[in-house]
Design a protein around this ligand. Structure first.
Ligand SMILES: [Ca+2]
Length: 145
């Protein structure tokens, strides 16, 4: 009897250890921006070469209402600095219309011809519903290419 209890204890400990050691999935679920009562704009972080324009892809899940939804967006410097590394956006506007499933926002990056570290900036999006959505954009230095 005692052996069974001990074995059960060991099994329980193994299960517990597994639960504790398996890390929570970081960014497994894409971040979402509410665009209606049954509508979400999903996005992933973007990575682009500095010599390119940088598309930020948005996927729309659910239903956009008849009047459409205005998504306002703006950029924020992180290590990347506007306007040296990219063209800043202060008041961007993307109008989602009924039936949209995929849209994108394009950032213009600035190639400087100088070797530097990869740099990041942030793009904020809001519909005025719920929390704004932050997308991180990584700019890869083309001199390392
Ligand atoms: Ca560069």
């Amino acid at each position: 009897m005692r052996r069974i209890v001990r074995r059960l204890g060991a099994a329980a400990l193994t299960v517990l250890t597994t639960i504790l050691l398996v890390p929570a999935p970081a960014q497994a679920a894409p971040a979402g921006l509410a665009c209606g009562s049954d509508c979400w704009v999903l996005s992933k972080d973007a990575i682009c070469w500095e010599t390119e324009q940088c598309p930020i892809d948005l996927v729309i899940k659910g239903k956009i209402g008849k009047g459409g939804v205005a998504v306002r967006f703006w950029t924020e410097d992180l290590r990347a600095q506007a306007p040296d590394d990219y063209e800043p956006v202060k008041e961007g506007l993307l109008e989602l219309v009924e039936g949209d499933t995929e849209r994108s926002i394009t950032l213009r990056l600035v190639a400087d011809g100088v070797a530097e570290r990869d740099e990041t900036l942030r793009v904020w999006l809001t519909t005025g519903l719920g929390e704004p959505l932050a997308v991180t954009v990584t700019i890869l230095d083309a001199e390392k290419r």
